[in-house]
Design a protein around this ligand. Structure first.
Ligand SMILES: [Fe+2]
Ligand SMILES: [Fe+2]
Ligand SMILES: [Fe+2]
Length: 420
């Protein structure tokens, strides 16, 4: 009997932060480093533990709106040109109520101090000081060159930050940073390969657990970030989540299992964050090399989700969606009975959604063609024939559910100001 999973919020946030780092090796640990530096400055100033923890969480997720590799790399430029990603990040993060206290931090994480003008937004409402701490921490982090010895760089970084005092950064924060920067451990921690553990020990958040509803909501946010990567598959995760849940219900799974299927659906392509958008968006046939890169995605989904406690069942359901009953799938080559029912449902829901959803370069398949494709795959031992026949007998109902979920998602994106 499955138990309702209780998931540590902090591990889930760390998992999201790690997933975002997949977009480019040059950003690895950027989010964690900003979380570390920001909370250290707050501690140096004697701010409350609550504020320090908000800064950790906001640091872990601050560039959530920088979806493309270009956005991500732009955000790492000291002289940043556009901060549109901060606004988008704010809108995304607001969809998950538990993070409402860090949404405005993310929104203003590139706001300049501007000799005091940055203390309010459009002179209308005050900007909390911790937004400016996050901004400062982010700029310190981008000046660190991980390839070079850290103490050798400290002086230069301090000088550059001091040079921006008043214009870019709030002077009192710069002073606190400079006193903190005299201590070697600060720099060693900032580039430490154990930065995740350092952050975990620093926060009480590590004990907050998400219930099922919280997990569904946070997974939906993960799905949005995955889908935003490419306009070709802009609502794919929400379609797969809805189709998988519907199929699970028809296959007789319990309410709890159906909810878990939905979560797994939102997460199933998490590893696609590691696949370059040009490959995701290539309309034609992929080369052998590109195919190898694509094969990474379920592997990364698995390895990233496995870092979160109590998610093992959902992880299997999410990550085995390209395994085939005949053992010729990837990347684990599980076979027959070794592939859990939830993973088989996910595989069917994924193919079904992929072929029926409209993409910019082609409309979705007609019912006849979709049925034929699914039947062929069942016949060739790729998909579970029993599940395919349940889908076929309930095709119109499941298709309507999938369509409605994707339409709702696309409407939400338009409201975000992202054209898809
Ligand atoms: Fe940023
Ligand atoms: Fe996939
Ligand atoms: Fe997929």
């Amino acid at each position: 009997m499955l138990k309702e999973p209780r998931i540590p919020l902090f591990e889930m946030s760390m998992c999201l932060s790690n997933a975002m780092d997949l977009v480019s090796p040059s950003v690895v640990d950027h989010h964690k480093r900003v979380a570390y530096i920001a909370s250290s400055i707050a501690a140096e100033m004697g701010l409350s533990e609550e504020k320090q923890e908000d800064l950790i969480m906001a640091g872990l997720l601050h560039d959530i709106g920088a979806i493309s590799l270009k956005d991500r790399l732009d955000a790492l430029n000291f002289e940043l040109e556009s901060s549109a990603h901060a606004e988008l990040g704010y809108r995304l993060i607001r969809t998950f109520p538990t993070f409402s206290n860090i949404a405005s931090l993310i929104r203003f994480h590139h706001l300049l101090w501007d000799y005091g003008n940055g203390s309010s937004f459009k002179e209308e409402y005050p900007i909390p000081m911790i937004c400016h701490i996050l901004h400062l921490a982010d700029r310190i982090a981008v000046l660190i060159n991980r390839k070079d010895e850290i103490l050798r760089q400290a002086k230069g970084i301090i000088e550059q930050i001091r040079g921006g005092s008043g214009e870019k950064f709030m002077p009192v924060l710069v002073d606190s940073f400079i006193s903190l920067a005299q201590k070697e451990y600060f720099w060693f921690d900032a580039v430490s390969s154990s930065i995740s553990q350092i952050l975990t020990r620093r926060t009480r958040l590590a004990t907050i657990e998400l219930d099922l509803e919280g997990l569904i909501n946070l997974s939906r946010l993960f799905g949005k970030i995955i889908d935003f990567r490419s306009r070709f598959t802009a609502t794919h995760s929400s379609g797969v989540a809805a189709a998988a849940e519907a199929l699970a219900r028809l296959a007789g799974l319990t309410k709890l299992e159906c909810d878990m299927m939905k979560i797994a659906g939102y997460l199933h392509d998490l590893g696609k964050l590691a696949v370059p958008a040009e490959i995701l968006e290539k309309p034609g046939k992929l080369t052998w090399k590109e195919n190898n890169i694509i094969k990474n995605h379920t592997y990364y989904t698995y390895r990233i989700i496995e870092t979160v406690r109590n998610l093992d069942v959902i992880n299997m359901w999410a990550s085995f969606h390209h395994e085939r009953l005949d053992g010729k799938g990837y990347p684990f080559h599980h076979k027959g009975k070794d592939i859990p029912l939830g993973s088989r449902i996910m595989a069917v829901a994924d193919v079904f959604t992929a072929v029926t959803e409209d993409r910019p370069y082609r409309p979705g398949m007609s019912k006849g063609n979709a049925l034929h494709t699914l039947q062929q795959m069942a016949k060739n031992s790729a998909l579970d024939p029993g599940l395919v026949s349940i889908l076929i007998s309930n095709y119109d109902g499941i298709n309507a559910i999938r369509r409605a979920a994707q339409a709702a998602e696309s409407k939400e994106y338009k409201e975000f100001g992202v054209s898809r």
